[in-house]
Design a protein around this ligand. Structure first.
Ligand code: FE
Ligand code: FE
Length: 166
């Protein structure tokens, strides 16, 4: 990017910094969520998304390089709040099934936040003609969407309503 950024470019850089912070916070949170999960499929889903999230961070770094910008120095407060709420669920004394249900809900809030944030950044990058960045952002957006769908399917297969009733 040129030394003198236009306002939409400045906005895009802020959005990318936010995403970079958000993904790095998720990398710290996911191992705790995996550890808290009871259903093996849910635990594996969290572990797999951790690996995927690391690649998403790499993708953001690729974007930063192509735009010649830095992504450090900003904290995503939205993600901080969502992760805080996830911690509250883990701190409650919940029965296994209910805890898994709560973890899935917390994770889906994170995915929806990411979907909104990546969708916005992708749209702004495309408007500005940064096609490589837009393409990379779309790849991550697709992964977040797939993760969200997977979590919905897991909620249906893994949560034992009978056990929660008991
Ligand atoms: Fe992500
Ligand atoms: Fe994600």
């Amino acid at each position: 990017m040129a030394e003198e950024m236009n306002p939409l470019e400045e906005l895009l850089v802020d959005e990318l910094k936010d995403l970079y912070s958000a993904e790095n916070q998720i990398i710290k949170a996911l191992p705790k969520m995996a550890k808290a999960a009871s259903a093996p499929e849910l635990r594996r889903a969290f572990e797999r998304h951790l690996e995927e999230t690391r690649r998403q961070v790499d993708r953001l770094e690729q974007i930063a390089e192509s735009l010649d910008i830095r992504l450090t120095g900003k904290k995503c407060k939205g993600m901080e709040g969502l992760i805080e709420e996830g911690k509250e669920i883990m701190a409650e004394d919940l029965e296994e099934n209910a805890l898994d249900a709560g973890l899935i809900g917390a994770a889906q809030k994170v995915e929806h936040y990411e979907i909104a944030a990546y969708g916005t950044a992708r749209a702004h990058a495309a408007m500005l003609g940064y096609n490589k960045a837009a393409k990379l952002l779309q790849q991550t957006l697709d992964e977040e969407g797939a993760t969200d769908k997977k979590l919905t399917a897991l909620a249906e297969s893994v949560i034992n309503v009978e056990a929660v009733h008991a």
